[in-house]
Write a protein of this length. Structure first.
Length: 95
């Protein structure tokens, strides 16, 4: 199981690195083609760069994958989770 978790994490990181379109130039200017972007220093929580960081957006696919990974790591497959009506229908869906 640990091997599967490590493999999933490596694949997720690889996908994220290939999918991300942020580039850094020698002058520390950041160019991104994404409508929103947030770059934060992990240890201090200091925001280094943000572009429309507070704009309301749909959850990214990486967020959904990370939620699934955390659920698999911390729950049993037989566990039941209950979500309220407000939690389920408060997030807009695009079809």
């Amino acid at each position: 199981m640990k091997y599967l978790r490590k493999l999933t994490l490596v694949l997720l990181i690889t996908f994220f690195c290939l999918y991300t379109t942020c580039t850094f130039s020698a002058t520390d200017d950041i160019t991104t083609y994404s409508p929103t972007c947030l770059l934060m220093e992990a240890k201090t929580g200091k925001i280094i760069y943000e572009k429309n960081a507070y704009e309301k957006m749909f959850p990214a696919s990486t967020t959904k994958i990370m939620t699934a990974i955390l659920a698999l790591e911390h729950c049993e497959l037989t566990d039941v989770a209950t979500a309220s009506y407000e939690a389920v229908f408060s997030v807009p869906v695009r079809i």
